[in-house]
Write a protein that binds this ligand. Structure first.
Ligand SMILES: Cc1cc2nc3c(=O)[nH]c(=O)nc-3n(C[C@H](O)[C@H](O)[C@H](O)COP(=O)(O)OP(=O)(O)OC[C@H]3O[C@@H](n4cnc5c(N)ncnc54)[C@H](O)[C@@H]3O)c2cc1C
Length: 356
């Protein structure tokens, strides 16, 4: 039975939505998670985190869940720039001092299974939220479209985790207060059986592109490039063709990829915009890319999603229940926590002459 009252409705069932549903479940009677996509969709996006991300997973009680996804921890990377190759090791402070990259096709379902294991979390998929009921300036509920029927539901809290193109964020009036167009086109594909180390990544920095490989599973690697739009415009080639060229010409990745096999389509995204929206308002809260979208070039989207989930969880935990939670000031808290990451991404998106 979909119609009726839910303490929380979460729109979006991927990193941000699944982690938030998991984190709020102890404080709610019933949570409804709605996602428009098929569970089996291929998402040409990565999830990467460093020590701060691992600590966030642990704080949310999801560290074991993400480790069980089978991505190997990495402890450094080979770095190539201007023909110079150096080995960079990550500082070893504790058990969380690693970098990890998990394919979304593995990570997102694992997070959702964890949320569903809470017993008070119901997942509806594929189902879409299009209409939001607002009365007296406060969100009262949503209409869920599922299997051709419309289901009106009411809720105490609407969590929008529906990604960077969220129309629902517009509907609740979460107007972006900072937007930075990105010049980068991010492309990636997954490969198996590459003759590369499984505990180290690789980054090659060139003037108008970056090529990266990261171990992401048993004998599996994610190979990605960030390409400057000006480079693509000059070449006139499709981003997938440029992706193949950059990888083939790379002295480290070219021979490795030739010896292994590609196990996913090549996909990605371009013409992106970094964007910050208010994190909360009366009866609603934004988590993940919906409220805070960083350019993928800095690989901090996972951290942003986890920071928002943690902040919201803390407010609800302080109240002991969803209904009484005070959501004011979350925007400032989130922005302060993410400021170094935002500045890094902003710097990467500046016009080329300003980037040092
Ligand atoms: C090419 C690329 C590479 C990236 N690499 C990295 C990286 O290395 N490291 C990193 O940390 N981040 C990376 N990112 C960013 C990362 O993928 C995002 O930050 C992350 O996916 C955000 O998760 P999310 O849950 O907020 O939103 P999403 O993953 O976008 O999920 C939103 C969900 O909401 C659903 N939805 C949308 N509208 C509705 C609706 N009306 N009703 C119901 N459901 C709806 C969608 O179907 C979708 O499942 C990359 C992104 C791209 C594009």
């Amino acid at each position: 039975m979909i119609a009726g009252h839910w303490d929380v409705v979460v729109v979006g069932a991927r990193i941000a939505g699944a982690a938030t549903a998991w984190a709020l479940a102890p404080y709610a009677k019933k949570i409804l998670v709605v996602d428009a996509s098929q569970a089996t969709s291929f998402w040409p996006q990565q999830s990467t985190w460093d020590r701060d991300g691992a600590l966030l997973w642990a704080d949310l009680g999801l560290h074991e869940t993400v480790l069980a996804c089978g991505a190997p921890p990495t402890y450094g990377h080979t770095f190539r720039a201007d023909g110079e190759v150096t080995e960079q090791d990550y500082p070893r402070q504790d058990a969380y001092s690693y970098r990890m990259t998990a394919p979304r096709e593995v990570l997102d379902p694992a997070l959702l299974r964890a949320a569903q294991s809470r017993n008070n979390v119901t997942v509806l998929r594929p189902a879409r939220v299009r209409d939001i009921a607002i009365q007296g300036g406060r969100v009262q509920g949503v209409t869920v479209r599922h299997q051709g029927a419309e289901h009106p539901v009411s809720c105490d809290l609407l969590v929008l985790a529906d990604g960077r193109l969220s129309r629902n964020a517009d509907r609740v009036g979460a107007v972006p207060y900072q937007v930075i167009p990105s010049p980068w086109v991010a492309m990636l594909a997954y490969f198996a059986d590459l003759p590369l180390p499984s505990d180290r990544g690789y980054i090659c920095l060139q003037r108008d592109n970056v090529a990266i490989s990261t171990p992401c599973g048993p004998r599996q690697w994610c190979v990605s490039t960030d390409m400057h739009q000006a480079m693509l415009d000059a070449s006139g080639r499709h981003p997938a063709q440029e992706f193949a060229r950059i990888i083939a010409e790379d002295p480290h990745l070219g021979p490795a990829v030739a010896a292994g096999r590609r196990i996913s389509p090549v996909g990605g995204a371009g013409k992106l915009r970094m964007q910050r929206r208010p994190m909360s308002g009366p009866g609603w809260c934004l988590v993940g890319d919906a409220g805070y979208h960083l350019d993928p070039v800095v690989a901090r989207g996972t951290k942003a999603a986890l920071v928002a989930a943690q902040l919201l969880r803390d407010r609800v935990a302080a109240a002991g229940e969803v209904r009484g939670a005070i959501l004011e000031g979350l925007t400032e808290q989130r922005d302060a926590a993410m400021q170094p990451d935002w500045e890094l991404a902003e710097q990467a998106c500046l016009p080329a002459p300003s980037r040092v």
